[in-house]
Ligand binder design. Structure first.
Ligand code: ARG
Length: 456
């Protein structure tokens, strides 16, 4: 493609480090769509003749068919997807192919292709995340009344409901979906026509190519158009944050399925056995989801590091944007799908959850709140009195509601039998009716509101 100035071909190792066709062939559909839009615009603007334009369109369709049908020979000596497509086009239609590259460069071409690819990836991922939210909403609704322990520091804190716990992930995922949509809206500007970096002297219509490719408008600055990859960074950042959320859910699934917790069960569909220990049922899908998120975070870091030292405009370093992004997209899509499968598959173990909810003096806060309400005690004093009652129960090795009224009155004489109403875990969760709180009635409101927001 640049034989005019060169006397011999590249060293073998040069070709190996330089060629990107092994991975950027993934951009073939975007590359051909971009070329078709560009060629149509060149004809419409009178920059190339319409019969050449027709040959180019038909030739590009033929190249696309060869690729789709697996008949296309991707050649490393043709470096990347752009040159592979153009060289094959020349073989198919002859000299007219040479007019396609008028008023464009591979720099704006690859920026356009990659934006189109990331746009699809962002759409796929937000669609998948919405499906995971639907699975969480269904489980939250079914188990809105199942009481379980809520933790801080992984120590039992206060009773909550299983539905409430799942709705916490729905809240995170809604923000993740919002981030993906925001990233998509910002990336949807077309770099095509920025050419190498400075724009072009041909009377091109960048608004026409932008519209033809589904972009909202052309990018505003030709230098920025070929220099920037923050659209991919934003996608990777959104995917990484989503990944962090899913990794935490995966970690909880690992803990919850353990023999010590037995909070949920997964069916055979989402567990594996052991080759030596017949009793085992391992939550491999959760563990692998947790681990694969590392690739996504790694990809974000890799691309940040590629970009951070580059002077404007294009540098070949930027060819290294694709592999991490492709790999991250594959990993995060697999993780979201696996998590949706696991969420649909899991069954909470209600009796175990309820028993666990009552351990660790989890209703101590309810007792303190009762002292405030019934006896008009300042909360700090109520906290102290409750602490002494907890200590008594702890010394005896029993739960709070197993203490007698006399035991409690020994610490605070004004306590009445009404206190026992607030010590049950069911009453505890039912009482937490503040907006966003764990009461089943409130959880049902959260579920309905999320369904409305997401159109589910
Ligand atoms: N394969 C290149 C990439 O992915 C395309 C752009 C090449 N531009 C250049 N001036 N060498 O970045």
């Amino acid at each position: 493609m640049w034989g005019g100035r060169f006397e011999r071909g590249p060293a073998e190792i040069m070709e190996r480090i330089n060629a990107s066709i092994d991975f950027d062939r993934k951009l073939h559909a975007q590359d051909i769509a971009g070329s078709k839009a560009h060629a149509a615009m060149l004809v419409a603007q009178g920059i190339i003749a319409s019969d050449d334009g027709e040959k180019i369109q038909a030739g590009l369709d033929a190249v696309k068919a060869e690729i789709d049908e697996g008949r296309f020979e991707f050649r490393r000596d043709r470096e990347d997807i752009h040159l592979n497509v153009e060289a094959r086009l020349a073989e198919l239609i002859g000299p007219a192919a040479g007019r396609l590259h008028t008023a464009r460069s591979r720099n704006d071409q690859v920026a356009t292709d990659f934006r189109l690819w990331v746009r699809d990836a962002a759409d796929r991922l937000s669609g998948q995340a919405t499906d995971l939210v639907a699975a969480l909403l269904d489980q939250a609704e079914t188990h809105a009344d199942v009481v379980m322990p809520g933790f801080t520091h992984l120590q039992v804190a206060q009773p909550i409901t299983f539905g409430h716990h799942l709705m916490a992930y729905v809240a995170m995922l809604e923000r993740d979906i919002g981030r993906l949509r925001d990233a998509r809206a910002r990336l949807n500007e077309c770099p095509l026509g920025a050419a190498a970096l400075a724009g072009t002297s041909f009377p091109i219509d960048r608004f026409a190519t932008a519209a033809a490719l589904g972009f909202d408008r052309p990018t505003a600055n030709s230098l920025d158009s070929v220099s920037s990859r923050d659209f991919a960074l934003e996608y990777l950042a959104a995917a990484s944050i989503l990944g962090v959320h899913l990794s935490r859910l995966a970690e909880e699934i690992v803990i919850w399925t353990s023999a010590q917790f037995r909070f949920i069960t997964l069916t055979d569909a989402f567990t594996t056995g052991s080759s030596i220990m017949p009793q085992k049922r391992n939550p491999d899908a959760a563990e692998l989801s947790r681990a694969k998120v590392g690739r996504v975070i790694g990809a974000l870091n890799a691309l940040l590091i590629v970009m951070k030292g580059l002077p404007l405009a294009y540098a070949k370093d930027m060819q290294e944007d694709k592999e991490p992004t492709f790999e991250a997209a594959e990993a995060i899509e697999l993780v979201v799908a696996a998590m949706a499968g696991m969420v649909r598959d899991m069954t909470p173990n209600a009796p175990v959850l309820k028993a666990a909810a009552g351990t660790g003096f989890s209703t101590a806060t309810d007792l303190a709140d009762w002292l405030v309400r019934a006896l008009n005690m300042p909360f700090r004093e109520a906290h102290h009195v409750t602490g002494r009652i907890v200590k008594l129960a702890e010394t005896r090795g029993i739960d709070l509601d197993a203490l007698s009224l006399a035991d409690m009155q020994g610490i605070e004489p004004r306590i009445t039998a009404a206190v026992f109403d607030v010590l049950s875990v069911d009453n505890s969760v039912a009482s937490r009716v503040s907006f966003g709180g764990t009461a089943p009635s409130g959880v049902r409101l959260q579920i309905a509101a999320a369904r409305t927001r997401l159109g589910l």
